[in-house]
Structure formats: C-alpha cells, structure tokens
Ligand binder design. Sequence first.
Ligand code: SF4
Length: 416
Amino acid sequence: MLRPTTAQDALAWSHRGDRAALERLLLAYPAISSISAAAAIAAARASRSSLADISAIAIPREPLERDSFLLWQAAAREARASREALPLQDLLASPPSSSPAADALIREEIAPASACSAEPPQPVPTPNRPFSASALNMFVDCRRRWFYRYVCDPIDEPNAAAASYGTAFHAALESFHSEFTRPSEALRSEMQARLDTLLVEAFERARPTFDTVVEVELQRERARRTAPRYIDWLCERAAQMPFEVVGVERRVSPTIGERQFVGFIDRIDRFDGDGSLAVIDYKTGSIAESAKEYRERVRRFEDFQLPFYYWSQQLTGERVSRLALVPLKDSTIPVTPIELEVVAADAPLRDNGARGTISIADLERARDRMVALGAEIRDARIAHFDASTDPDSCGYCVYTLACRARPQPEAERFSR
Ligand code: SF4
C-alpha cells in the first residue's frame, strides 16, 4: 500500500479533519520521539479527543518535547481552523521553532498546565474486538509488542518484501485452487502453467507494496521457482490420498468458550477416503523444522494457529484429521509440509521428520488456553505489558526503536 505524503496528510487534516492523517503527522514530526508520539496518540484515542486538543500535561514528559508538542498542536489547530495545510507543513519542515512568538505561545500554554499534578498511571483498557490466533501468538511471545500493535496501534507496519511476497503468493494460490479443486498428475502441465500466470499477475498487482523494482522482480522469480515444487507436492498427495479442495481463504469466526475468535484458513481439503478434513496454512516465512517441534510449540502454548483452525471446523460438525503447514519460502528444496495427524488422547505419539501426530487432548488444552488468554485480555485491565526476554522475538519487530525494554542480543551483551 502506498503511504500518503506529509503534504497529503496535512491537506487531509486541514480540509476534512482526518484524525488518522493527524496521527501520522505527529509520528512524522522529528522534534518528538516515536514513543512520546505513540503515548499521545494512545491518550487521544482512549479519551476520544482530538490530538490537537488533548492536554500535554502528562505527555510528553520531557520539557523540550512537551514544548514541541504544544507548538505542533497549535499548528494543527490553526491548520484545521483556516482549512489551510501550510501551518503544519511549515512546522514539519523546520522543527522546532525558537521564535519569540513560539516562546510566548509555550509560556502561555505551559503555565496553567504546570500548576496541575500529574495524572496517576492506570491499567490500560484493551480493544473490544474478536481474537485472532496470530494476536494470541503475539501476546504469548511478547506482551509489550501486543500492546504496541493492538492497543496503541500507532504505526503502520512497514511492508517488508517478505510480507509482500507472502501476500502475493497467497493471492495466486487462492485463485489457483478456486479453479483446480481436484489436483492430479493428469493436470500437472496445465496446473503448472496456470499457477505461473497467476503468480505473475499477483506480483504485478502487488508491485506498489514493494520498495523497489528490483525487489518485486526478485521475489516474483523466487515464487515462480517455488511453484513447480508446490505442484509436485500436490500431485504426490493427490495420488496417495485423493482429496478435493473445499475451501480457500475461508473466513471463520467461531465462538469458543463464550469468546469470539476470527481468522482465515488458507485452504481446506476433504479426503475422498473418509470424508475428513485437512486444514492447511501456507507459510512464506520460517517454520518449525519437524512435526515434533511444531507439536511441542502447541503443547507449550506458543502457537495457536492450527489448533484454532481445527476447532473452527470441529465446532461446525466436521471431523478434522490433519493439520498442515506448507512451506513456500525456499525455492531450492522440495515443498515438504509439516503435517500432524490428529489421534485419540490415549494413542502413542509418532514422529517421522515432517510427519507426526498430535492428540486431541493437546488440542483441547490449546483451546482452553486460548479461552483463558482471551479472558485475561478482555476481562481485566492489564497494568503492565512485559517485554519479551528472548532477543529472537525482536528480530522482526517494528517497534524496536520505541521499545526501551528490548532484551539485548547475545552478541551485543558479549561485546560490552
Ligand atoms: S522490541 Fe522485542 S521486547 Fe520490544 S516490543 Fe518488540 S519484540 Fe517485544
């Protein structure tokens, strides 16, 4: 998605009072740190007030930043009142001013504020919307990141090339399996040619989400090299366990333990043999290297994706017999899904590399944990959102600049 420029945002705010544009303008204001901007945005949202009007008593705390914030607010109000973007654009172009007029404005606005005592900190209300498995995964991985993402929500996560690759590949496969619901060896060449065309079209549509032309070309070619390996797997699977694709990108919103959850299942297959289902998640990033590793993540309550898909279908009366993660990241190796067969609670667990089993008891425990986490998030105001203690969690976090509690990577610790 193309981001609006600050000039476009200044126009959107001054002409239409667009609050999202105003938030972006605060984040773009170099005189205020991203953490102070995030705090101001969260305070404005929580009090349902405009950023241009909220009190600057508590945010930002640092005096120079607070002065800058007051100047920014004055410019925002002036721009809105005059329907003229220039006051904001000028301020963003030359922050912060030290003109006598600005100093007078700061003195005037700070004087009454400094007479008040600071508001005592309070637990944070959490947003009232359905839970997704990825949100719960983030919550258990790093509560601080979850707070930034789902409570503050101040930053549009940058579109990394890897994320754009995933989005385009998913879109191509959605169209592909809407056309080819019964893959087979007889259709191999036709399927291969069609998937290649759909990938080229999907990456063309996704072109604006990549930063450079080189990136889009490289990622598209990576997808095109991966596609034949995906077709190999489809043909092999269809020969071993004939199936029909009965769902693609299916939206599910089950109520589990009185909590509403929501998500999209990449693909649902129905086996001809016994009519049971397989729920499939495409993975364009890193995944567990074995079925056992993934099952242990589920058992440690670190991953709810496939358990959630499982319950979303079981609760509709279907029988889900298999859960699979399909890797689409590496074009140099065969597509070998991490696949778990669902077995009875008392059945011995089996593992054989990428294939293994998971018991219904493990899935029930994962379900109960999802409900408990939902209750914790929704029912109680959370006083503190702990940062992760694992530096690996921070690898793809977009909030690293704002996060002062970030654990240091081992190499950094060693070097000090
Ligand atoms: S930088 Fe690390 S600790 Fe901080 S929010 Fe992100 S994942 Fe959590």
